[in-house]
Design a protein around this ligand. Sequence first.
Ligand SMILES: NC(=O)c1ccc[n+]([C@@H]2O[C@H](COP(=O)([O-])OP(=O)(O)OC[C@H]3O[C@@H](n4cnc5c(N)ncnc54)[C@H](OP(=O)(O)O)[C@@H]3O)[C@@H](O)[C@H]2O)c1
Length: 80
Amino acid sequence: MPSPQYDMVLLGPTGYTGRFCADHIVQNHPTNLKWAIAGRSAAKMDPIAKELQALVPDRVQPGMMSFLAFPSFIPLNHSF
Ligand SMILES: NC(=O)c1ccc[n+]([C@@H]2O[C@H](COP(=O)([O-])OP(=O)(O)OC[C@H]3O[C@@H](n4cnc5c(N)ncnc54)[C@H](OP(=O)(O)O)[C@@H]3O)[C@@H](O)[C@H]2O)c1
């Protein structure tokens, strides 16, 4: 089986709890974690990705993906 592109994908980063979770990942998880945020709107996720990058610039930055594609070991669902 091929390795997934990401170790972890956070669904719903544009929401209230999703944003808390994203900040927690950036500030507490290993800096080499391969992770992504997934949502319905790239326009809404773009500024969030930039803010996350500014929080801890030296870590591997999150990818961005469509809500429906999450090839990770651990999808973290913070939506609906
Ligand atoms: N708020 C709290 O204090 C709290 C506490 C404990 C548990 N929870 C639970 O956490 C969950 C999220 O609550 P929240 O307050 O964070 O909600 P929220 O602020 O309204 O955020 C909802 C998130 O889900 C996404 N979403 C909504 N409908 C979707 C759909 N049909 N397909 C894909 N994405 C969808 C939204 O994306 P878009 O930006 O694209 O709309 C947004 O990222 C709920 O189950 C809630 O019960 C909340």
